[in-house]
Structures are given as C-alpha cells and as structure tokens.
Design a protein around this ligand. Structure first.
Ligand code: ZN
Length: 60
C-alpha cells in the first residue's frame, strides 16, 4: 500500500490546511413559498416538493 516516504514540515501541512474551509450549502428558492431551501430536498417551510405538498409541516 502507498505509504508516505517523508514527513512533511509543519509549514507544508499548515499551508495545505489553509485552503480547507467550510462551505455553505447551496440554497435555492422554494417555488411555493419563496423560502430558502436546500436543492433536491422537501421545503422545510411549506413541505412541498415538485409543486406538490408531500409532508405536513409541524410548527409551534
Ligand atoms: Zn416552501
């Protein structure tokens, strides 16, 4: 199995990790309620998907 031959310096390791950033998920607008939602997911606000209401939204 592939194994690292040499240990990289702290500097090199940290430079690599400097590019590692958390990403915000891509958001789209719900066509029914215009709320921001995750793509390919049922809308959490109105419970609709592909123009149909698929789940009942329980809200306080
Ligand atoms: Zn919605």
């Amino acid at each position: 199995m592939a194994n690292p031959t040499h240990r990289h310096t702290r500097s090199r390791r940290d430079k690599r990790r400097a590019n590692w950033k958390g990403q915000l998920p891509q958001l789209t607008e719900c066509p029914d309620c215009k709320e921001q939602k995750l793509p390919h997911r049922v809308c959490a606000n109105c419970g609709s998907y592909k123009g149909k209401k698929v789940i009942e939204v329980v809200s306080k």
